[in-house]
Ligand binder design. Structure first.
Ligand SMILES: [Zn+2]
Length: 189
C-alpha cells in the first residue's frame, strides 16, 4: 500500500472540472501529493492529487457552497450540514474496526482498513476535504476497488444502483492480500 517509490504522476496543467493544476505544492507526511490549483471562480487552493483524479474534488469549494445552498433551498439540510458525512465517516470506521458489527466479515474481517489520513486527529476534516459533501441522500460511500481500502482515490459517493453494478465484478469474501486483520495500513514515507 505504501506510496514510497511510486512514480510521481505530474498533474501540472491538467483540468479537473473547475480546477486547473498550477504546480505541485507538497507531499504530506502520509506520502500523498498535494497540488496548487486555480479554480474557475479565481480562487487558488491546494488539493490532494488522489481527490482530483477520483473526481471527489471538483472546485475550490465554490461548488460545494452552491450545492449546500441548493440543499437548504430544498429543505433537506439539517442545522449541521456535515451530519450525513460525519455519520458515513463513523460507520466506515466501525465497519473496519468493530468485529461485533453486522457485515464485519466483508470489511475489517477480511482486512479492509481506513487510511491514516482519515483516522488521524484531523481525520474527519481530511475525509470531508477529500470526499466533498454527500451529493444526495441516495448516495453512500463506495469503494471503487472492493478489495482495496478506504483511502483517497478509492472511495466515492455512489447510489445503490451504481454500487451494485460495481459489486458484481468482485467476490465479496475474498481476503485482501498482504494485510492481516490486526494490521493497520502502513504510513507511507
Ligand atoms: Zn471556485
Amino acid at each position: 500500500m505504501g506510496r514510497r517509490g511510486r512514480k510521481l504522476m505530474d498533474l501540472t496543467g491538467r483540468v479537473f472540472s473547475r480546477l486547473t493544476v498550477v504546480r505541485l505544492s507538497h507531499k504530506d507526511r502520509h506520502g500523498y501529493t498535494h497540488w496548487l490549483c486555480r479554480c474557475e471562480c479565481g480562487n487558488e487552493k491546494t488539493i490532494l492529487g488522489a481527490s482530483l483524479r477520483s473526481g471527489a474534488t471538483k472546485s475550490c469549494r465554490c461548488w460545494n457552497q452552491e450545492a449546500g445552498a441548493q440543499r437548504v433551498k430544498h429543505g433537506c439540510a439539517r442545522s449541521g450540514q456535515t451530519t450525513a458525512e460525519h455519520r458515513a465517516w463513523v460507520e466506515m470506521r466501525q465497519r473496519c474496526s468493530n468485529p461485533r458489527r453486522v457485515g464485519w466479515k466483508y470489511y475489517g474481517g477480511r482486512g479492509i482498513r481506513v487510511c491514516w489520513r482519515w483516522l488521524s486527529l484531523d481525520g474527519f476534516q481530511n475525509f470531508l476535504e477529500d470526499m466533498g459533501p454527500r451529493p444526495s441522500p441516495e448516495h453512500s460511500l463506495d469503494r471503487i476497488d472492493n478489495d482495496s481500502h478506504y483511502e483517497p482515490g478509492n472511495v466515492r459517493w455512489a447510489t445503490k444502483t451504481e454500487q451494485s453494478k460495481n459489486r458484481r465484478k468482485f467476490t465479496r469474501t475474498r481476503r485482501v492480500p498482504g494485510v492481516r486483520p490486526d494490521e493497520s495500513l502502513p504510513i507511507a514515507a
